[in-house]
Structures are given as C-alpha cells and as structure tokens.
Write a protein that binds this ligand. Structure first.
Ligand code: COI
Length: 356
C-alpha cells in the first residue's frame, strides 16, 4: 500500500475538558478526530486529522442498512512522569484487519494507521487524564458509505478514530460485578461473526442485557449457541475462572472475541507459572466446582473493563456467590500488574507499551 501523508486541520475552538473525577465511560470526546476514505478506484486516501465534528453522510449509506462495519477499542495512559503511552495498539489494528476480512471491508495498512493514531493522540495529549483509574479510550472504526440499497460489499468506506477520556466502565469500578447467565438468547455461533469486532454482535446482545439489568445485573454471560451449555464470554469481556488452583478460560472457537486483555492475562499467568488452560468449560462444571468449594475466583477481562471480578453468577434462577462476593487475590494481582504496566508504574517485560 502506498504511504500517504496526513493533513492536519487544528481545532480553533477547543472544548472545555471534563473534570477527571467525574469521567463517565464514553460520553466526552476530544477536540480532534482522524478520518480517511476508501474507494475502489483510489484505495484508502484523503487521510486527515480534523476538528471533532458530526459526519455528513448519505442516508442510503450501506452501514445504516446492513451493518457493514467494524470497530476497535484501546487506551492511552498518562504515566506518573506525565508521558503518554498506548497499550498494545498493534494488536488492535491486527485484529481490525481480521474483522475486515470477515466483513468484506478492505484491509488497512496497520503501520500507517498506528502512525496516524500516534499523531492524533499527540495533538490531543492534554486530554489524556491523569487521575487513578482514568485513561483515554480510543475508538477506531470503519463504516460502509456507498449510497446503495443492494446487499453487497460497499465500494466506499470511512475509517475514523475518535478519542474519549474515560473513568471506569462499570459503576462498580473494580468491585465485583453481578452477572446473569443468559439462557434464552445467544450472541453468536461458530461460522457467524462472533470473533469479529462488529457492531451487530453487540446489538444482538442488548435484549438479554436489558432483561437482566432491572434485577441489578451488569451484563449477561453468553453460552454457546448450539448446546447452550458452554461458556463463551460476557457482553464486553472475556471470562476467566480459577478452579482448584488452575485458571481456565474458554478456548477461542470462532464465536468468541479474541480479546487483547485476554491475551495479556494469559501471558502474565504463563510468566508467573500459574497453571492455565484455554478449553471448553460448561456452566455445569462451574456449578459443580462451586458445590465442592473449588471455584475460587471468576473475573472478566477487556479493554474498557480492564479486570472486573465477578462476585455473583445467576444461572437458571440460582445464585452462585464467588469468593464471598469479594475481589479474589489473583484477580487483584492481575489487575494491579496490567494497570501498573499501563500507567508505567511497573516494568514492561513484554514491551506492551508504545510511547506517544
Ligand atoms: C472494549 O473493551 O474496548 C470494547 O470494545 C467493549 C465495548 C463493548 C465497550
């Protein structure tokens, strides 16, 4: 792919930044955004950083009708010395290209978009919050923009990156969340789009989530779409269980999102020589482990959620309290290590951080 230059138009009317102790997840946006267009004739072109603004696109744009879109989520962190660093951004752009392939969206040049992201974050560096538990959430996404109502891959796209200063994803912060096991709906099946990061997977999950929210559950735990027995993932996180000293996470089977934080947790556990396996795990196995007292901890992992302990699982009307509803020792250690590396407080033995 030909390397393009990036035009920069600075915002002449910068917004007031939100107070860092009042940051909600994903409500505030910075002063600039990155935008690039695609057409079959020109490929990816017209790369620019411009003031954050609404888009003007045709109502017949294919994304509105058939959902041809992909997105990513990653974060930038401010270190104690005031530097800004990105956490594993290359993994996100690599995954975006896998999602692109599944959604028949043209490949992006991963190195070019990384440089574009670094430039964008540099321009909006003052927006990276510094308070504990805060970060700059980065949302790259691609939408199909060809004005056409036929069902076919679009011939035009927009790749956009927006930035949002955020606090914790869950209102619980890093306290344990309550999760309900979904028994009526399924999120994805093998061969579908479950392992791609595309909006439709999340839209398909809303009904289940809404049904349990009124009973105080943060999200649902999805089971496999065929047997409805095996654990897949939570709405915005991969999941891990510590049973009898071993950490288990569902193996990537085609319908589970391959999380970057999931991969980081696996690397850390291997580094610490903690027994860990990626395999199929059923709800019945968890219930049995709960009954015999060997289900020690459960937690979710995700960019937005970081590490989120699970204190209660409700399955078929029965409550399974895990670790007395408290944050487990291992969950805490993983949280402290990942965030320690992200905020530059701990060594980065895996070279996960990229300086801005
Ligand atoms: C993330 O963790 O970055 C995600 O993309 C999940 C999202 C649904 C908040």
């Amino acid at each position: 792919m030909e390397v393009q230059s990036i035009q920069v138009e600075k915002n002449t009317a910068p917004k007031e930044k939100p107070m860092t102790d009042q940051l909600e997840f994903g409500r505030a946006f910075t002063d600039h955004m990155f935008v690039m267009d695609y057409s079959d004739e020109l490929g990816w072109h017209n790369a620019k950083i411009q003031p954050y603004q609404p888009l003007s696109i045709d109502p017949s744009s294919m994304v509105f009708h058939y959902g041809q879109s992909v997105f990513e989520g990653l974060k930038a962190f401010r270190t104690e010395s005031g530097e800004v660093q990105l956490f594993r951004p290359t993994k996100n752009f690599e995954r975006m290209n896998k999602s692109n392939e599944r959604l028949v969206i043209p490949e992006i040049d991963e190195e070019f978009v990384l440089q574009a992201l670094i430039k964008l974050v540099e321009i909006d560096k003052d927006w990276v919050p510094g308070a504990d538990g805060t970060s700059l959430y980065i949302r790259p996404f691609i939408i199909a923009t060809e004005p056409f109502l036929g069902v076919a891959p679009s011939r035009n796209y927009k790749f956009i990156i927006i930035l949002s200063p955020v606090g914790s994803y869950y209102k619980e912060g890093i306290d344990p969340v309550k999760i309900a096991v979904e028994s009526k709906f399924v999120r994805a099946v093998k061969g579908g789009t479950g392992e791609a990061k595309t909006g439709g997977n999340y839209a398909a999950g809303l009904k289940g989530q809404e049904d349990v929210a009124k009973d105080g559950y943060s999200q649902v735990l999805w089971l496999d779409g065929v047997d409805r027995k095996y654990i897949e993932e939570v709405g915005s996180m991969n999941v891990f269980f510590k049973i009898n000293g071993e950490v288990i996470t569902p193996a990537l089977n085609g319908s589970i999102l391959p999380g970057v934080t999931r991969d980081s947790v696996l690397q850390l556990l291997q580094h610490w020589n903690i027994p860990v396996s990626e395999r199929r795990v059923s709800m019945q196995e968890l219930a049995d482990a709960h009954a015999d007292g060997t289900l020690e901890e459960a937690f979710g992992s995700g960019t937005a959620a970081v590490i989120s302990p699970i204190g209660l699982l409700c399955w078929d009307g029965k409550d399974y309290h895990i670790n007395n509803g408290e944050t487990g020792e291992l969950s805490k250690k993983i949280y402290d290590t990942i965030t320690g590396i992200q905020y530059g407080k701990l060594e980065d033995p895996f070279n996960w951080n990229i300086q801005v």
